[in-house]
Design a protein around this ligand. Structure first.
Ligand code: ZN
Length: 164
């Protein structure tokens, strides 16, 4: 499953909730997992492969987790770190995010679950959660970083326009 790049309209769509765990959805998760590992990423949202549904994967190095209809219900602390994104290759931005969070979501069996995350996993979750709202790391870049990545973003948009 090819990754949608910056400039693809689907990356700006607000993802719709998943209303049923179907075989199709489970197949989608398998496909997303392959894409994630192929690109050696740590997280992937469904709209990054063109499906505007509330679903993302995360693997901080401790095994794959799939989050369906996720909702961050609590956050605490702050931490700043550099982030990249498979949809914005070669672009890295320092982003301040919550240090810890509490997430409610559905697992692949449709069970409601809660997860307390911190460190890298909390960061991945917040990054992917942004994707589901159509928000990208370039939107969270500070003034200087925005200026620095402007050229790269422009080239990406051009590449996507030409491929449409
Ligand atoms: Zn991303």
């Amino acid at each position: 499953m090819p990754i949608k790049l910056y400039g693809s309209p689907v990356l700006r769509e607000k993802a719709a909730p998943v209303d049923e765990i179907t075989d199709e959805l489970l197949d989608l998760i398998v496909g997303m997992r392959e894409s994630l590992y192929y690109h050696q990423g740590v997280g992937l949202a469904a709209n990054q492969i063109g499906v505007a549904r509330q679903l993302f994967l995360a693997d901080e190095g401790k095994g794959l987790k799939a989050f369906i209809n996720p909702r961050i219900i609590e956050t605490d602390g702050e931490s700043s770190s550099e982030e990249g994104c498979l949809s914005l290759p070669e672009i890295y931005v320092d982003i301040t995010r919550a240090q810890t969070l509490l997430l409610e979501y559905l697992d692949e069996k449709g069970e409601i679950r809660r997860l307390e995350a911190d460190g890298l996993l909390a960061r991945i979750i917040q990054h992917e959660y942004d994707h589901l709202k159509g928000v990208l790391i370039s939107d969270r870049a500070g003034f200087l970083a925005s200026r620095m990545i402007r050229g790269k973003l422009k080239r990406l948009r051009k590449r996507v326009r030409e491929s449409l």
